[in-house]
Write a protein that binds this ligand. Structure first.
Ligand SMILES: CC(C)(COP(=O)(O)OP(=O)(O)OC[C@H]1O[C@@H](n2cnc3c(N)ncnc32)[C@H](O)[C@@H]1OP(=O)(O)O)[C@@H](O)C(=O)NCCC(=O)NCCS
Length: 380
């Protein structure tokens, strides 16, 4: 590649081939290994989707039950990790704690093949299984509550809510949580996935790749928009305040969180599904406050942007924070939950990278000065 093809932020650069995920931004469609996200959300589960991403096909009944059993029995975290969560300095973020736990787990499990080009992602499903437990445990300990042993008879989403609350969620809430994880499991070459693949391309371990990916996700340009949507709704306060708040925000050229997307030029297909869940949850709880504010904001924002000839639509983050909120999940857990789900996609990409590896080693365009003579310190 010549220096003249420089693209800031790699925008428009095709950096790899992938069979994992197709994002059809023109038609608002998303596919995992060819299966539409609508069908998967309707009929599948986070565990089945994890299998699909890692094994490249939908499982048979036997394959799914073996896989699910294996993953569910690895949900528990040892006392050492519980202590690590309890002792994590209070100013540290949960995302950094997740990175530390992933690194810690690697020391326990994979030292025999650490330097191999082989990848044990499929064998060490505990990364996908345990990260949810770490998030739930972090919150419980923070609230002065004790660790809840995970259950093996619940879906990944339902078990997360169970561990967080210490009480089994009803079937509908468990399904909604599981679907939210499924919707966030994969989305092509975003910054964190690219990070995971770059690290994998050096034949580093999948633990190092996942930890690096979590670091990339932590930045607010990537993860974190749904948390900011909720903060925005707290600031707006009520449906009646939306119009004035929006006018002021647009006058200040603020970005409205949860709106717009680099790839989708339609409503994000995941936002269509989370909106439906939000409406159903609002009906079940008879609490329409967040739903009403979001719908008012969506309508008015679209009107304003269409007037400017810039149609913009909700992305996945627009409704998902409100769904989590109605499920009783504090907003500080939203980005960590993104990591819980996306670990499945990251592992799929690590495997794909290793199948046909080439070390990522782009060039940079040197824009520094001409060579200069070294000046001894006493002559400067
Ligand atoms: C997601 C996002 C980064 C995509 O950005 P992008 O494709 O690079 O779009 P741009 O930033 O180039 O925006 C194009 C125009 O639309 C405007 N715009 C884009 N998203 C906007 C938003 N959420 N609110 C207000 N205006 C927005 C920009 O100001 C820009 O206007 P201009 O042409 O007058 O400068 C952007 O839409 C955004 O910041 N959204 C809010 C954060 C968010 O929800 N992130 C989660 C993404 S999944």
């Amino acid at each position: 590649m010549s220096e003249s093809t420089y693209a800031k932020g790699l925008e428009g650069v095709v950096a790899a081939e992938s069979e994992i995920c197709r994002v059809d931004g023109e038609n608002g469609k998303l596919y995992y290994r060819g299966f539409s996200i609508d069908d998967l959300a309707e009929h599948s589960s986070f565990e089945e989707v994890t299998y699909l991403l890692l094994y490249e096909h939908l499982p048979t009944t036997k394959e799914l039950s073996d896989f699910t059993e294996k993953m569910r029995f690895q949900r528990g975290i040892p006392t050492t990790v519980q202590n690590m969560i309890a002792d994590f300095p209070p100013r540290g973020s949960l995302m950094e704690l997740l990175q530390s736990v992933i690194s810690y787990l690697s020391g326990n499990v994979i030292h025999t093949i650490k330097h191999s080009t082989d990848c044990n992602c499929r064998r060490t499903l505990h990364q996908v299984a345990q990260i949810a437990t770490v998030v739930a445990t972090y919150q419980r300990l923070k609230e002065g509550k004790s660790y809840v042993e995970p259950r093996t008879d619940l879906s990944h989403g339902a078990n997360f809510l169970y561990m967080l609350r210490g009480e089994e969620p009803d079937e509908y809430e468990g399904k909604v949580m599981d679907t939210c994880l499924l919707l966030h499991a994969e989305h092509g070459f975003c910054a964190s996935t690219f990070t995971a693949r770059v690290v994998a391309s050096t034949y580093s371990t999948c633990y190092c790749s996942i930890s690096a990916a979590i670091g990339a996700l932590y930045g607010f340009l990537h993860g974190g928009a749904n948390e900011r949507v909720l903060t925005m709704l707290e600031e707006i306060g009520s449906k009646e305040n939306v119009a004035q708040w929006l006018d002021e925000a647009l006058a200040k050229k603020s970005k409205i969180m949860g709106m717009g997307h680099r790839v989708y030029h339609t409503k994000d297909p995941r936002a269509v599904i989370t909106e439906r869940h939000l409406q159903e949850l609002a009906e079940r709880k008879d609490d329409f406050r967040l739903y009403d504010m979001l719908k008012e904001l969506e309508t008015r924002f679209r009107e304003r942007m269409e007037e400017k000839g810039k149609p913009l639509y909700p992305n996945v983050d627009f409704f998902s924070g409100a769904v989590y909120s109605l499920l009783g999940i504090p907003k500080e857990l939203f980005t960590p939950l993104f990591a819980v789900a996306r670990t499945a996609g990251w592992l799929a990409h690590i495997l794909e990278q290793r199948k046909d590896n080439r070390l990522f080693r782009p060039k940079c365009l040197y824009v520094g000065g001409e060579p200069v003579e070294y000046v001894p310190i006493d002559k400067r």
